[in-house]
Design a protein around this ligand. Sequence first.
Ligand code: SF4
Length: 346
Amino acid sequence: MTATLPTGSDDTEGGHHAVLEVAREQVLDRGVGLDETQVREVLGLPDDALPELLEVAHEVRMRWCGPDVEVEGIVSLKTGGCPEDCHFCSQSGLFSSPVRAAWLDVPALVEAAVQTAATGATEFCIVAAVRGPDERLMAQMREGVAEIRAAVDINVAASLGMLSKEQVDDLVDMGVHRYNHNLETARSYFPHVVTTHTWEERWETLTMVREAGLEVCCGGIVGMGETLEQRAEFAAQLAELSPHEVPLNFLNPRPGTPFGDQPVMPAADALRTIAAFRLALPRTILRYAGGREITLGDLGTRDGLLGGINAVIVGNYLTTLGRPATDDLALLEELSMPVKALNAML
Ligand code: SF4
């Protein structure tokens, strides 16, 4: 049972925010995530409540996940030329974004995995810009994953779009341990973001992936024009799915995409969102994904890691540059947050 709160965010008396009291009792003490209404309350907290909010979110992360930070590298097996129209994505072939279609061969894939492992990362995610994989892509995966597993000790994850049941089983056979498929945004906002497939189709793939025993990685992008209610709705829908990992992206408006002119999300909103998602998902790996550099900058990266984030992607993203891996690793050391070891997950 969850405690109820008055609606609206002005439950403030002399700087006291009732939703933070509830978060301490419900999430920190009992490990029960905030529900949609409560997340909306958190998203509406004023800026002067932000330090306390981040503190509670950090305590929740430390209590229910511990200090370890999971480090992941990603590589793009197939870049650009995607037939879908996700309005934030510079890899769609339907927009005039300057991302060219390209394929990576197997030796390059293995080399990327080796380099990723050398940073201390435990996760290596192979990503392809497709609606779903065709036989050519699955064949490349079969060969690539086998060679990576023979060459280096690292968990292999994949993100290949929507899957059939046979393809899910194929990935299990290859030894892929986690599958990423983002719901991207709240169900009610999804038609404003994508028109070439539905939120429900994505949910279907996620259900199959989970039933096959793969770890589910599912997150999305905030700052795409959704309301705070929809942002809270999204957190609640993710909580219902209960993914192992949630990658949280902040819109990085890419030239040539329909969202190219959207404003960059203010840092305070981004931090409120991180904390709110942590309070909705106390035990989930909450990963900083794309967009944090322009939204938060270096200082904000630290604030997020002290406000609920417990996983990072090192190096570059798929189509934009990230911070150098060494910067992130140095920051983790400074914050006394150990990089999660591979054997800790076996
Ligand atoms: S987000 Fe994925 S499915 Fe959508 S356009 Fe980009 S690559 Fe294609």
